[in-house]
Ligand binder design. Structure first.
Ligand code: NI
Length: 186
């Protein structure tokens, strides 16, 4: 099922999330993950965090396939990350143009660590501890930020933020509406 996506200005995007109860008994979680993938694909996204579907839960899904270019050597990562924790980040940083389904119409270069180490669970409650690099690490960090009420525009320079102010206000005030299903701010 395609869920409505919350937009910049919705307070849920600024709230810190709650831990998710994993395990095979949690059918609701399985359904939510499935719905989040459907919602992400419908909106042509490569990642989606639970607060973006109005759920204050420590969960995000990614599929980097559409983000990869022909020459890229990295493999696509399609996965749900439940109760994730980034435990290490690489010293070297790189810049990528980022966008966000909750911030339609804005794309900006963001500097972030090139690699991350992340521990997380799957929906069944199995634990993992893995390293990701390149575009997968990029998407993971962007989605992980959502779980702490942070958005990519917060990471821009004060000047950039000032320049984007009116565009962001348009989203807050419901004057910028994307083609996918949204939960209106007003
Ligand atoms: Ni986002």
């Amino acid at each position: 099922m395609i869920l409505p996506i919350t937009l910049y200005g919705n307070p849920i995007l600024r709230k810190e999330v709650e831990e998710v109860e994993t395990g095979s008994a949690n059918q609701e979680l399985k359904q939510l993950v499935e719905d989040m993938f459907d919602t992400m694909y419908h909106a042509n996204g490569v990642g989606l965090a639970a607060p973006q579907v109005n759920k204050s839960l420590a969960l995000f899904v990614i599929d980097t396939e559409a983000f990869l270019d022909e020459g890229d050597t990295e493999k696509a990562v399609k996965k749900a990350f439940v109760n994730p924790e980034i435990t290490e980040t690489s010293e070297n940083r790189c810049s990528f143009s980022e966008g966000c389904l909750s911030v339609p119409g804005i794309n900006e270069e963001v500097l972030r660590p090139e690699g991350v180490r992340i521990s997380y669970q799957d929906v069944e409650g199995n634990s993992f501890d893995e390293e990701y690099h390149g575009k997968a690490a990029r998407v993971i960090q962007h989605e992980y930020d959502h779980l702490y009420g942070k958005m990519f525009v917060d990471r821009l320079s004060p000047l950039k933020k000032t320049l984007l102010k009116s565009k962001l206000n348009e989203i807050v005030n419901g004057k910028k509406v994307p083609s996918y299903r949204i939960k209106p701010n007003k």
